[in-house]
Ligand binder design. Structure first.
Ligand code: ZN
Ligand code: ZN
Ligand code: ZN
Ligand code: ZN
Length: 347
């Protein structure tokens, strides 16, 4: 085999998504079967390489170990928040201005804190359709002998336009042993007369299901709401609310927003990196967390991916091994499917 044919052979066995090269075609086929590459993966706008997460795309474009050609173009035409490539530096400037958010108005937060209960939870009846996507966040105080048991003491729910639907202090069912004042700003007197957890749980549960019995909830076409948040399993557990996983959009569990190590990023980091502002400085308000998670969700939902029918199973089982080995890398990518639900499919 001369040098040229060897090179052609390697190119033929190059993954069309992550560009890994294999000596043998069956190795590429094996790689495709377990990689779950798809049109939904974060992709470099320059060389079209697919990445598992935006963090690995950021490494590819910015560093610490960037691909030099992509880095050079990105530094002129790339948006540092959503990592897309624009046509020219003017459109880049305009785009970045829209892509970067500013923080939630601190004065508004202070006013909210004095509002006490803010309750617009309602079940849609008949033709009036309420918000279909809502974000929820809690702030926890400490219970138990050492104060390490999280107890929900504040909860906020907003709609997709960042309007507050529900915002209240919560009276925990067991004594609070640590108010965590430096971050929560919560004093004993705020919780003494607050809405009891049991009542909060019931209101939220009914609001989310929106008149739909739990067993009837489907991802599409049911009245139940899509719930956005960060680390929602913990929040829902503390609120004692049950909600089906298929209705949950968790920015801590969404693969494109997770670390390369497959651990969750903090909401503070995600907001800084993708929305361009700081949160959770000093006393924290759950409204601020709701807004950040909703903005992240909206950005992920707005991604312009080629629509593929969504199944969580690869199509590889439908083909014989010999057929797969005759396919080009592009054809193999075409039949490959994502192993997570991409939020662009909600739009
Ligand atoms: Zn690959
Ligand atoms: Zn997608
Ligand atoms: Zn690239
Ligand atoms: Zn952008």
């Amino acid at each position: 085999m001369d040098y040229r044919s060897e090179t052609t052979e390697t190119i033929r066995n190059k993954c069309a998504a992550c560009f890994r090269q294999f000596n043998r075609k069956d190795h590429l086929v094996e790689h495709m079967k377990i990689s779950h590459h798809s049109r939904h993966e974060p992709m470099c706008g320059i060389c079209k390489k697919h990445c598992r997460s935006f963090e690995s795309l950021r490494e590819h474009l910015i560093g610490p170990l960037p691909k030099q050609e992509c880095k050079n173009i990105f530094s002129i035409l790339g948006c540092r928040f959503c990592l897309t490539i624009l046509d020219n530096s003017n459109s880049r400037r305009a785009h970045e201005g829209r892509c970067q958010f500013s923080g939630v108005n601190a004065g508004l937060l202070a006013r909210l804190a004095n509002l006490g209960i803010h309750d617009k939870l309602s079940i849609d009846s008949g033709r009036t359709r309420g918000p279909q996507v809502v974000a929820l966040a809690c702030k926890m105080v400490g219970g138990g002998s050492d104060g390490s048991l999280d107890l929900c003491a504040r909860v906020c729910i907003i709609d997709e336009y960042e309007n507050i639907i529900f915002h209240t202090y919560v009276k925990p069912p067991i004594p609070v042993t640590n108010y965590r004042y430096e971050t929560t700003g919560i004093r004993p007197e705020y919780l003494r007369e607050a809405m009891p957890l049991r009542q909060v749980q019931k209101r939220i549960q009914e609001f989310l299901c929106n008149g739909e019995p739990m067993w009837k909830i489907r991802p599409k076409g049911s009245k139940a709401r899509i719930l956005v948040g960060h680390g929602l399993n913990h929040d829902l557990d503390r609120l004692q609310v049950d909600y089906p996983a298929m209705m949950i959009r968790d920015t801590a569990q969404y693969p494109p927003l997770m670390k390369t190590s497959k651990l969750s990023n903090s909401l503070k980091y995600l907001t800084q990196a993708y929305l361009g502002y700081d949160i959770q400085i000093g006393i924290q308000d759950p409204y601020e967390d709701c807004v950040a998670t909703m903005r992240l969700y909206m950005r992920m939902r707005a991604q312009n991916h080629v629509k593929q029918d969504h199944t969580l199973a690869n199509n590889f089982d439908l083909y014989r091994q010999s057929e797969l080995e005759r396919m080009s890398p592009e054809e193999l990518l075409e039949i490959s499917r994502s192993d997570y639900y991409c939020w662009c499919l909600d739009s």
